[in-house]
Design a protein around this ligand. Structure first.
Ligand code: DHB
Ligand code: FE
Length: 282
């Protein structure tokens, strides 16, 4: 049976993709951000996951306002990104894992989560930038695990509640642990923390709320389910709703986790960037 090694979260800001392209790792603006990743690289090298479940929110590349699935799961042999207009390069395809995708889709639907299954899915910066951060050179990193993308709607209201996101993760945990292969799986939650890109509050960041979320997501994620969606928009910003991805990831890790590393840095572009590596307790 499969095991879940742990979960990793990171902001997925497109400007990070450009900074990677230009290798700005030691640039004074970027260094405090990139310094959050070597410990994660070491952990990945040590544990060598076979599969990565990449929980992200599509921003209009894979889905648009005319068709907006609440929860979508990729079931393709490979996933390509496309030009989104951020100046990010189109990369080689990321290898998929359709047999694991279908296992997840079957069992999530049996668990009464209504899933849009995608045998074709263009993946945007929400998926790609974290892959590049965790597996430098991705997708052409020899350690690159095969991927299952899972996207939840944070773009068009009504978005899922924080409780629904955590419950999704808990159901995902059950299905991953029942995958009949002796495989090691890592779960990503990408996006966040507080940010708002549009409207009168563009540039809004809320350090106090981010710290509250970072503290509770480690040992007390249930506490965060008390936050309503309107409160989440108010306190984290219109795009800070991406914290739902962190909740989905956290649900998949079970009750007990060990925090291996965290980083929090303001601002990167318009975002309070946050990174967290949680290992599942044995
Ligand atoms: C930024 C952040 C995001 O999460 C995103 O999807 C796009 C842009 C930003 O801060 O620039
Ligand atoms: Fe985003």
């Amino acid at each position: 049976m499969a095991t879940i090694l742990g979960g990793i979260t990171t902001s997925h800001i497109p400007a990070v993709g450009n900074a990677i392209q230009k290798e700005l790792y030691d640039d004074p603006y970027w260094k405090p951000f990139f310094d959050g990743y070597p410990k994660i690289h070491a952990w990945i090298r040590e544990h060598k996951p076979d599969y990565v479940i990449n929980i992200y929110n599509d921003h209009g590349l894979g889905f648009f306002l005319d068709r907006m699935p609440t929860f979508a799961i990729g079931a393709a042999h490979e996933y390509r990104n496309e030009d989104e207009g951020w100046g990010l390069p189109s990369l080689d395809p990321f290898p998929g894992a359709p047999e694991l995708s279908w296992h997840i889709i079957e069992s999530m639907v049996a668990d009464e989560f209504d899933i849009t299954s995608c045998q074709e899915l263009a993946v945007d910066h929400g998926f790609v930038v974290p892959m590049q951060l965790f597996w430098p050179g991705a997708p052409n990193n020899p350690d690159m695990p095969r991927a299952v993308p899972i996207s939840a709607n944070t773009v068009q209201h009504p978005i899922p509640t924080l409780k629904r996101a955590l419950d999704f993760g808990k159901a995902l945990r059950k299905t991953l642990l029942s995958f009949p292969e002796d495989a090691k799986i890592v779960v990503l939650g990408t996006g966040g923390l507080s940010h708002q890109l549009d409207g009168q509050r563009a540039g809004f960041i809320n350090k106090e709320f981010d710290q509250y979320c970072l503290e509770n997501i480690v040992h007390n994620p249930e506490e965060l389910t008390k936050i309503t969606r309107m409160e989440l928009v108010e306190k984290a910003g219109a795009q800070g709703t991406e914290f739902l991805m962190w909740m989905m990831m956290r649900g998949a890790l079970g009750d007990e986790v060990n925090e291996i590393t965290r980083n929090y840095h303001i601002p990167i572009s318009n975002t309070a960037s946050g990174t967290l590596l949680l290992e599942c307790a044995a």
